[in-house]
Design a protein around this ligand. Structure first.
Ligand SMILES: [Zn+2]
Length: 194
């Protein structure tokens, strides 16, 4: 009985602590698990399109390779990170990788499960693998690699984003393509050429 009462008193004391002290008291504990991503079916097409428009804004910053991406928190609608292809500077700097780097710089390497990445084009194997290694909750893209990108004169590696997900035993992020693809297919087709 005494032990139980002590425990209850301890809990009461914890609850009564001011927020700052509570944070200190909680400090040694591991960080709480990230909030789960809302089921993708909860996101309407209008919501997907709103986030994709932000990725398109990023893509337009590179008129030659308009690959742009944003990482969002669907639950709050917050834009957590942005990225535009900068492969002229570094071959690994695809839009998604720039976006991953921006996310880590701003928020740390954490809480990926509740985030979604929106990209103007289907992630290549490098980017899709990096996103899975991060633990991203979902990926939504517009232009497909084997239709829109090919028509725009690019020659993507013939491994789809879905192939990467299917070959991954430890994670199954949500994956959806084709959102606003009419708009992004045109953007890729009309891109400037070197
Ligand atoms: Zn890529």
């Amino acid at each position: 009985m005494i032990a139980k009462r002590t425990l209850l008193l301890s809990i009461g004391a914890l609850v009564c602590l001011p927020a700052a002290e509570r944070a200190r008291a909680d400090a040694p504990a591991p960080s709480p698990p990230s909030r789960s991503t809302p089921p993708p079916s909860d996101l309407s097409r209008a919501q997907h399109e709103r986030f994709m428009r932000l990725a398109i804004e990023q893509g337009r910053k590179n008129p030659y390779y308009p690959f742009g991406a944003v990482i969002v928190e669907p639950e709050t609608g917050a834009i957590m990170a942005t990225g535009t292809n900068n492969a002229r500077a570094n071959p690994t700097l695809h839009g998604e990788i720039v976006c991953i780097n921006d996310y880590v710089a701003r928020h740390g390497n954490r809480d990926w499960g509740s985030k979604m990445l929106y990209s103007t084009a289907e992630p290549c194997p490098m980017c899709m693998t990096a996103l899975i290694f991060a633990g991203i909750g979902g990926v939504v893209f517009a232009t497909s690699a084997f239709d829109g990108q090919k028509k725009a004169g690019m020659d993507p590696i013939r491994i789809s984003a879905q192939d990467i997900v299917d070959a991954t035993p430890f994670a199954k992020p949500f994956l959806l393509g084709g959102i606003l693809s009419a708009e992004t297919d045109r953007m890729f087709l009309e891109r400037k050429r070197y």
